[in-house]
Design a protein around this ligand. Structure first.
Ligand code: IPE
Ligand code: IPE
Ligand code: MG
Length: 254
């Protein structure tokens, strides 16, 4: 059952202006747990409920791509016990959710240095990516062991090696060369980037891809982030005028 506020926010959304790609920096699990006198992992466990809810909400309103920042390159520097707990939680969750993803027609993809994850995670991810590959309602992209700078460096290495092998000429390198060399090459750039927990920074997320994304910062800690908060982010997005460097007069009226 949706609360009256949630229903009213949902009804205010203009169906013809749904962002095609929403990316989320899911932040605040640790602080949420601490505020309740629990260990950080308790917050991560509760964060999974929000993940489920937001995946469902996004696919219901017609978002085609949802990218979730689940573990950054820099997160490897956290205490080993937290890293291990997060990896366990990842395997468990992906395993448990595979059938729901198939039922809901959602395809799972990953970006990041997946090879760096423990074998068990790697195996489970590959299995679920394969099992959900025909899903065409929405693509769910999990960013794992991911950072924007890492991806750009990997892309530059690929392009440099193509130049070395005579497959590309340096003067022919353009935006689309880099776009397609990135882990995100097959996806459109995010229209909307959401960060929860009140922090207002990018933390090495999709650095190249968010050049023209609208950004919505929410004060809510990720485990408390609701459908209503998500709908509010969509409404905020729909209130923006995306000019891409042009003047307001050049933009068609919606
Ligand atoms: C986000 O929550 C989840 C991950 C980075 C894995 P945090 O764990 O960063 O929570 P805070 O920011 O410390 O509250
Ligand atoms: C960003 O959150 C990474 C993820 C949400 C996975 P962090 O909590 O790691 O970011 P900082 O350290 O506060 O910038
Ligand atoms: Mg954080």
């Amino acid at each position: 059952m949706k609360s009256p506020n949630t229903t009213s926010a949902l009804n205010s959304i203009q169906p013809q202006r749904i962002p095609e790609h929403v990316a989320i920096i899911m932040d605040g699990n640790g602080r949420w747990a601490k505020s309740k006198g629990h260990l950080r992992l308790f917050g991560h466990r509760h964060g999974v409920k929000t993940v489920r809810e937001i995946i469902e909400a996004a696919s219901e309103i017609g978002v085609k791509y949802l990218t979730l920042y689940a573990f950054s390159t820099e997160n490897w520097n956290r205490p080993q016990s937290e890293v291990n707990g997060l990896m366990e939680l990842l395997v468990e969750t992906i395993k448990d959710e595979t059938h729901t993803l198939i039922d809901k027609n959602i395809r799972l993809k990953t970006i990041g240095n997946i090879a760096q994850l423990p074998d068990k995670c790697n195996k489970q991810l590959h299995e679920t990516v394969e099992a959900t590959k025909n899903g065409n309602r929405m693509t769910l992209i999990l960013a794992l062991s991911y950072s924007g700078r890492w991806d750009i460096i990997e892309a530059v290495k690929k392009i440099a090696s193509d130049v070395k092998d005579g497959k590309t000429l340096p003067e022919n390198i353009n935006e689309s060369t880099l776009n397609s060399a990135l882990n995100t090459g097959e996806f459109p750039n995010p229209d909307l980037l959401i960060r929860t927990s009140g922090e207002q920074r990018i933390s090495n997320f999709l650095l190249w891809e968010i050049a023209y994304s609208e950004i919505h910062f929410s004060h809510v800690l990720w485990p408390d982030f609701t459908r209503e908060d998500f709908y509010k982010a969509i409404l905020d997005y729909q209130s923006r005028e995306r000019r891409f460097g042009k003047t307001s007069d050049q933009i068609p009226v919606h």
